[in-house]
Write a protein that binds this ligand. Structure first.
Ligand code: IPM
Ligand code: MG
Length: 366
């Protein structure tokens, strides 16, 4: 098949991990006879430096024309002045909104070889397999903001339609898993959460085969640590989902491991690791590329319909997590390229890569 993929490496470690994931996508294309074309565009801090805007029009146009978008990370100390007029994060939020990718899928699995890195005890980690579905284009992130010298507000607004579409996505996804949805809100305090709860409950009637449970977000933050294996699909609003998925990443052992897919009703999906730009290690070649490579696997599955290829990439990552080499965040010494080469080798079913990162990084593809 032919596919056009826009890459947005962004800031910090973004370019390093994106290059690794692109190398893997090129190997997938070469292996399966697919033609993938890649187009790199600016987003975030580097876009502000080059154009004054975090989401230049050329970037948005390219993303709208693409079959899928692969993003590294945005932000960094250089652009963190609280009084700055534009911030890198606005580029990412603007892109999510413009592409209408309202459902952010963040799977949490704990690899047995990495269980020792998790702050949780082994017995709690057995059978942990959670899919977070975070609402991504509404709530406090996108409400009106006000600011005077001593007062600030962030409006949190949700419409029934916004809740309904993400809830349906969660129920559909649960059907392909363990038929269990946990909806997380703060309905004892927030009006938006009361609308959330009644809407999710109403939608659940269309999915009688799926069990629905509600949890308050504060108690969910605790339950995730005390019994993470009891959850299947967890659906929640934007801000709660942001917070709970960082907690989930800690359970997995490293923020560098978890991928995400952001999907809407249109064809373009946005794929990014859940970690940030990690400015402390940027440019050193030591960032863990696994979260981004797994995001590329989600891209293959959800935007290109290449489920077999996606599973093969996931299996290759699985093998590298089992056998090493491991990057620093998960207790090893390997650099980004070494981990990428190991994934490429495992993907090709060899002990050393048929194609290495160095072969693939500057090659055009297909
Ligand atoms: C995430 C990030 C973003 C978010 C930031 C960078 C705007 O934390 O994707 O989880 O809050 O959504
Ligand atoms: Mg976050």
């Amino acid at each position: 098949m032919k596919a056009h993929i826009v890459t947005l490496p962004g800031d910090g470690v973004g370019p390093e991990v994106t290059a690794a994931a692109v190398a893997v996508l090129k190997a997938v294309a070469g292996h399966g006879g697919h033609e993938f074309s890649f187009e790199e565009q600016l987003i975030g801090g580097c876009a502000i430096d080059a154009t004054g805007e975090p989401l230049p029009a050329a970037t948005l146009d390219a993303c709208r024309r693409a079959d899928a978008v692969l993003l590294g990370a945005v932000g960094g100390p250089k652009w963190s002045d609280p009084n700055a007029k534009v911030r890198p994060e606005q580029g990412l939020l603007g892109l999510r909104a413009a592409l209408g990718v309202y459902a952010n899928l963040r799977p949490l699995a704990v690899h047995p070889a990495l269980a020792k890195l998790s702050p949780l005890k082994d017995e709690k980690l057995k059978d942990v397999d959670v899919l977070f579905v975070r609402e991504l284009t509404g709530g406090a992130y996108f409400g009106a903001k006000t600011r005077t010298a001593d007062t600030a507000t962030d409006e949190c607004k949700y419409t029934e339609a916004e809740i309904e579409r993400v809830a349906r996505r969660a129920f559909e996804l649960a059907r392909a898993r363990k038929n269990h949805v946990t909806s997380v809100d703060k309905a004892n305090v927030l009006e938006t959460s009361r609308l959330w709860r009644s809407t999710v409950t109403r939608i659940a009637a269309d999915y009688p085969d799926v069990k629905l449970e509600h949890q308050l977000v504060d108690s969910m933050a605790m339950l995730l640590l005390t019994r993470p294996a009891s959850y299947d699909v967890v659906v929640t609003e934007n801000l709660f989902g942001d917070i709970l998925t960082d907690e989930a990443a800690a359970i997995a052992g490293s923020l560098g491991l978890l991928p995400s897919a952001s999907l809407g009703d249109g064809k373009v999906g946005l794929y990014e690791p859940i970690h940030g730009s990690a400015p402390d290690i940027a440019g050193q070649g030591v960032a863990n590329p696994v979260g981004t490579i797994l995001s590329a696997a989600l891209l293959l599955r959800h935007s290109l319909g290449l489920a077999k290829e996606a599973a093969a990439v996931e299996a290759a990552v699985e093998r590298v997590l089992r056998d090493g080499p491991h990057s620093r965040d998960i207790g090893g010494k390997a650099g980004t390229v070494q981990v990428c080469d190991a994934v490429l080798a495992a993907f090709a079913g060899r002990s050393s890569a048929a194609d290495t990162y160095a072969d693939l990084v500057n090659s055009c593809c297909g």
